[in-house]
Design a protein around this ligand. Sequence first.
Ligand code: SF4
Length: 419
Amino acid sequence: MSCRSTKAQEPRIGAAGEFNAFAAMQPRAPAPTPPQRRNGAPVKSADVAPRGVYLPNNNMLAPHMRSPEYVQISTAAAMTLGLMPGRMHRCGCTRCLNLLLTYPEGCRANCAYCGLARHREAERDYADRNFIRVDWPAVPVEQIVEIVARAGTASPFHRMCISMITHPRSDADTVSVLSAWTRRIDPLSIPVSILSNPTTMSRQDVIRLRDLGADIFTVALDAATPAIFDRTRGKGVQSPHKWSKYWEILLAARDVFGPQKFGAHVIIGMGETEYEALRLVQQLVDLGGHSHLFCFFPEQGSLMDHLPATPRDQWRRVQLARYLIDYAGVRYEQMRFDAQGRVVDFGLPRAELDRVIDAGVAFRTSGCPGKFRDDISACDRPYGDSPPSDIASFPFAPNRADVRRIRRQLAVPVVQEDA
Ligand code: SF4
């Protein structure tokens, strides 16, 4: 993908055979923000009126843009909509249109791995921050809806997702953006997901979004254990999130949206063991939901940008095991783990495991489904968790050479016996 922030980010990837252990994955402490940079003050005081699409890092002050009139979209979505030039490595388009709420004062949380975190106001206007490795242009909602409505059944998008951030207006503006979409676009033709911000939400908010036409509700737990959650999203980095609140809203989503219509995002490689990650994956399946996995990537400018990306063997084992739990009826209790919590037996006969690996679907980006198959995510997030030179989540079907590489990466302490 041609964009400045991706070029700058070639991460250090943990060595094969190692894993990103809890003790090693300590975020930096956030530095204080000078008062004149707080709460989007430079953007608000200059108060430059926006004029259509704003491309990040235009070497000018970001204009004063706010949801619900404006949202940010990924570089991949901007290219797919024809709003930005450029081509993506081995991808024709993205199938999911993510609409990220935006405000000059930005997200009020401070998550250690996130490019949008509050501490970054010291160095960068909100609309200029990189997020999951790429730039996010700001675009009027009306313009996006017009382009998608005009395309009708020819639209490449299989799903739209409203991504909330932590902001006092986030709940109300999610409702406004969803309503602006469903006024013109039938949610049965392009279903809508909500990537929620539980910290500001109640059960009533969850019900309201379902009643307005949302199809799937997800919660970005991101951390696989309460200790990692607290260290990366809570008190550890002066951020307001609480594990218990996230679970309250996740369980509300289970009740309100029902089986297969809710899920949780989990980042792999922030200090959890493979056993802990897969125990959570199983817990979500047992509740009737799904997990959507992300490979930890040291986002430039984040409080974890000095730490290694997840070793590929750790990532591939968790990706494969998660797929088996979510779609092949294998339980994590059938798997075996070594003393460091690494998977050493996936609980399937060798021939069956080989078939799953060779099919390649297990290694594609995971997320809410599109129109191809239940186990193929619309949300393909091209190169959102790795550079194209060493793909973690494949945004397309891996070819034979890709599968050979995946097999090499999986060449780990797997002692699978023949059935
Ligand atoms: S709440 Fe979401 S957008 Fe805000 S800092 Fe945390 S991960 Fe980033």
